[in-house]
Design a protein around this ligand. Structure first.
Ligand code: ADP
Length: 348
């Protein structure tokens, strides 16, 4: 079976190499430039002001939500707004507790320590972080057996900002040590429209409102995808036309990239077709669907499924994933055909 991993990269909410290059230019650096997520932004703004007034450092902050919605951006904005330095790392890259000693002891008062994918910290590293978060102290054991010695380090008060796409995987103990927890949700097309217009302005792209709306509609509620689609459409407009992006050009370009009117790509459609055609609409277990698609379960759970759920193409039941009426309609599949196979009567 043909793998769609490469094609998925256009609509994957995870950062790709292409994104990294433009990230610096496009990432909002001030709280006022950050579009949408009003409630989260306001709460952060108040927390920063209050901490400044009390001359204290901020409480540790946890951001959760799907990839590409602005968690890293917010961590950088907090650093900028508090005038602090930011040190960034990711959960899986900290292999041993010892890796953290150097980072933590070098943090200055109020510095931001950002850990992306914090749910992927090892248990040992996570436990090592607890006293650092709570009392700004760490106990580091050197040597082994009878020669083992514990060295105590007192740290400068710092702010741990954690980001996770899977907050359900965080232990209660770690979650409880964050003073603030903000969940970011998918953006509405109207907000993505603003993201696209802002990016177009920064990159000097001329785009009609109708075209920006079309891209926003197909960006799966994710600013990172909106920016990526805009760049692909710009390439198409520059190569085939004079560079100006009209609605028609955006539609053509997106169609050529396999992105349909609802922002679904081949892998999304294949997942829906598998549930409908192989499992008679479901419910079907994620392992079974992944096996039928010859895909990793994680790819489906992290990349494909969140948006299909959010957009209402599938629903999750206790027995697995089920295709909704919307999925049948979107794929133009008659539900009578699949229901007769199941010997069930249902309407859609
Ligand atoms: P995450 O850490 O949640 O995966 P990022 O913070 O890396 O997401 O955001 C991905 C990209 O999307 C950023 O580089 C930025 O250009 C854009 N972006 C995210 N949120 C916003 C926003 N609210 N306003 C404008 N651009 C945004």
């Amino acid at each position: 079976m043909e793998k769609d991993v490469f094609k998925k990269s256009l609509l994957t909410p995870q950062e790709t190499e292409e994104d990294t290059v433009l990230n610096v230019a496009l990432r909002p650096s001030k709280i006022s430039e950050f579009i949408n997520q009003k409630e989260v932004v306001e709460n952060i703004f108040i927390a920063i002001k209050a901490a400044k007034k009390r001359q204290e450092v901020l409480e540790h902050i946890l951001f959760s939500g799907p990839p590409g919605l602005g968690k890293t951006t917010l961590a950088h904005i907090i650093a900028k707004e508090t005038g602090a330095q930011i040190t960034s790392t990711t959960g899986p890259s900290i292999e041993r507790a010892g890796d953290l000693v150097g980072i933590l002891t070098n943090l200055k008062q109020g510095n931001i320590f950002f850990i992306d994918e914090i749910h992927r910290l090892s248990k040992l590293v996570e436990e090592f972080l607890y006293p650092a978060m709570e009392n700004f102290q760490i106990d580091f054991v050197i040597d082994k057996g009878p020669y083992a010695r514990t060295i105590k380090f007192t740290l400068k008060p710092f702010v741990l900002v954690g980001a996770t796409t899977r907050s359900g995987l965080l232990t209660g103990a770690l979650r409880g040590r964050f003073g603030m927890h903000f969940h970011l949700d998918f953006y509405k097309p109207a907000d993505l429209l603003l993201v696209i217009k802002r990016t177009a302005e920064i990159l000097g792209i001329f785009i009609e409102d109708g075209a920006a709306t079309e891209i926003a509609k197909r960006s799966r509620g994710t600013p990172r995808i909106a920016n990526r689609l805009l760049k692909r459409v710009r390439d198409y407009a520059q190569v085939k036309f004079d560079g100006k992006i009209t609605k028609k050009i955006s539609e053509e370009a997106l169609k050529m990239q396999g992105v349909d009117t609802e922002g679904l790509d081949n892998l999304d459609r294949k997942m829906l077709e598998t549930i409908i055609n192989i499992y008679n609409g479901g419910p079907a277990g994620i392992e079974a669907i992944a096996a039928s698609l010859n895909e990793e379960r994680d790819t489906l759970e992290d990349v494909v499924e969140p948006y299909l759920l959010k957009a209402g193409f599938i629903k999750r039941t206790s027995r697995g994933r089920q295709a909704t009426d919307l999925a049948y309609k979107h794929l133009n599949i008659s539900c009578l055909k699949s229901s007769s196979a199941q010997k069930q009567i249902f309407e859609c």
